[in-house]
Design a protein around this ligand. Structure first.
Ligand code: AMP
Ligand code: ZN
Length: 112
């Protein structure tokens, strides 16, 4: 299976890691949309939000605990946004579950 994020997790494709634990890795997005744009990625290959199972509940929880740690480490004291794109209509381009952690400036229009 060709999955760019699995290759990053294995270290076969370089990335700028900002966080890692047993369940999750996080690295800078190649094409940042904000001063801080980190991708938080479960180490287990899960294709999208639609593919999360009950067994993955711990992993998904770990994603949000990692987000909190990363935000603190990167000084996002004024807040941040977490976005997941699920499927075609949402513009998901990489088929490995990931969460965009965005911050570093005041964000404009809310999308929700
Ligand atoms: P999405 O559109 O939600 O699927 O987000 C995929 C994200 O992965 C995009 O923001 C890309 O810029 C980012 N991306 C793709 N390839 C890499 C890579 N090799 N290293 C870091 N980020 C990447
Ligand atoms: Zn993968």
């Amino acid at each position: 299976m060709d999955c760019i994020f699995c290759e990053i997790i294995k270290g076969n494709i370089p990335s700028t890691k900002v966080y890692e634990d047993d369940f999750v890795t996080a690295f800078n997005d190649l094409n940042p949309q904000m001063p801080v744009h980190v991708l938080i990625v479960p180490k287990k290959h899960i294709a999208s939000c639609n593919d999360i199972t009950e067994d993955d509940a711990l992993i998904v929880g770990k994603v949000f605990l990692a987000a909190k740690e990363i935000a603190k480490k990167l000084g996002l004291d004024n807040g941040y946004r977490i976005i997941n794109n699920c499927g075609k209509d949402a513009g998901q381009t990489v088929g490995h579950l990931h969460f965009h952690l965005l911050g570093g400036k005041t964000m404009g229009e809310k999308i929700i």
